[in-house]
Design a protein around this ligand. Structure first.
Ligand code: GLN
Length: 451
């Protein structure tokens, strides 16, 4: 199995993988075989997996898509990597992503864009673009991703695969190179909800090395897969269907909602009135946290150091100037600005207050419905290069995924069709499922019934 995927990876031209070590993979596969022969296998033993290059690994480089960490090798494995290895999974390699997970198209990677396997002139989404492309092109049967404001759901949508971001705090952040710590959450991406559930079973768990890790009762996330959806109340937020939503995406999403009605669900009109504010709120809070997290990359403790400089300050400046890409610098500047004296109250504190109101909107909505559904993104995947010079266009495209992250709720993307027209007919559409806290098993049930 490992050899099959290694061969496919070697033959692929998508730029999805950044690091592969064939000998290491085959060694792990042999160990898995031995475990299967010994009768100590779990459901995941011997199944290959690839990790977003934001999870640190002892045996492979961990670049976070950045020149800053181009040659960085971690002295330890991320908890997620470790847990999946403990389950017997075999690592295929590390996957391309936007630099420090900042982006929606994978074009912010220092190592070049990833191509969307459905249409190689399209972006795969981001920041977990390599992860989504690898699943869609069947270069790996399972991958990890991270989602700070949509980076599991949006690339899953653009590549026609399934991905779930669990409730914030469920999956350990230890060894996940930090972007915005109050939002960052790892999760699985695969072909189906059932596969995601199996992976989630192995990934979730308290970790005392992550200060925001949750203590959850162990549960089988796939236990309810076959439950009927009779009587399920689906909240349809009107703000997710307003101007800006492409008609072809709306049509695919509405067709999926109709299918749910046939499966016994009822649609409930709901409102998430602060949806529009999620963009300014997120793009204050995430850069603020990023500016703090990325201060560790100073040319001394990690990564790139400039070859020539005059004094210590200049060494910091040159190393960071050379090591970081444009989007990362933009966010550090915005973050440092909103946290600075005199602006903190006007921007950062305001954003935190609205963040709370966004969570309250969801709490009110979940009194009327069991799950919320809508599009993942306003459009299908765009062309590579089409908006790479327009950060604002990219930020606006995050409108439907950011609020879930700000509230810490679990969210999922499942494929629900394709766009329309000569070009878009080859570009997938994702349906977003948003659940209440700890409702992952319900989300997987709802997704599985559709699939
Ligand atoms: N697109 C969003 C951003 O650029 C979300 C990224 C993410 O979830 N890591 O910040």
């Amino acid at each position: 199995l490992a050899q099959h995927f290694l061969d496919r990876i070697a033959a692929s031209d998508l730029n999805a993988f950044l690091h592969v070590d064939t000998a290491l993979t085959l060694e792990q596969a042999a160990a898995a075989d031995a475990r299967i022969a010994a009768g100590t296998a779990t459901a995941l033993t011997g199944i290959p997996i690839a990790h977003k290059d934001i999870f640190v690994t002892r045996n492979l480089r961990s670049t976070a898509g950045s020149h800053m960490l181009e040659n960085y090798v971690s002295p330890f494995d991320a908890t997620v990597v470790d847990k999946l290895a403990q389950a017997g999974m075999v690592t295929l390699g590390k996957l391309n992503c936007d630099e420090f997970a900042m982006g929606s198209s994978n074009e912010n990677s220092y190592f070049g864009p990833v191509r969307n396997p459905w249409d190689k002139s399209a972006v795969p989404g981001g920041s977990s673009g390599g992860s989504a492309a690898a699943i869609a092109a069947r270069l790996a049967p399972a991958v990890t991703g991270t989602d700070t404001g949509g980076s599991i759901r949006q690339p899953a949508s653009f590549c026609g695969i399934t991905g779930i971001k669990p409730t914030y705090g469920s999956v350990s952040r230890y060894g996940m190179i930090a972007f915005a710590s109050s939002l960052d959450q790892g999760g699985p991406m695969a072909q189906t909800a059932e596969d995601c559930g199996l992976l989630l079973n192995a990934m979730v768990g308290f970790d005392d090395k992550d200060s925001t890790s949750l203590e959850r009762q162990p549960e089988d996330f796939n236990r309810d897969l076959h439950q009927s959806l009779q009587g399920l109340r689906i909240g349809v937020p009107k703000e997710f269907f307003g101007t800006g939503l492409a008609p072809d995406v709306e049509q695919a999403v509405r067709a999926a909602l109709d299918q749910y009605v046939k499966l016994g669900a009822t649609l409930v009109d709901i409102s998430l009135p602060k949806t529009e504010l999620s963009i300014p709120v997120y793009y204050v809070i995430a850069p603020a946290e990023a500016s703090s997290n990325l201060s560790r990359f100073d040319g001394v403790r990690y990564g790139h150091r400039a070859a020539s400089y005059t004094d210590l300050d200049d060494m910091y400046r040159q190393s960071r100037t050379e090591g970081f890409g444009a989007e990362v610098k933009r966010r550090i500047l915005v973050g440092a600005y909103v946290l600075s004296h005199g602006y903190y109250d006007a921007y950062y504190l305001q954003a935190q207050k609205i963040r709370r109101l966004i969570a309250q909107d969801f709490a009110a909505a979940f009194e009327q419905c069991d799950v919320i559904m809508g599009p993942v993104a306003p459009t299908v995947a765009w062309d590579i290069g089409a908006q790479s010079d327009d950060p604002l266009a990219n930020y606006l495209a995050d409108i439907f995924t950011l609020s879930t992250s700000l509230a810490g709720l679990p969210g999922m993307s499942i494929p629900c069709g394709f766009g329309q027209g000569e070009k878009n007919a080859r570009r997938p559409v994702g349906l977003q499922l948003i659940g209440n806290y700890f409702a992952e098993a319900k989300l997987l049930n709802i997704a599985h019934q559709y699939q």
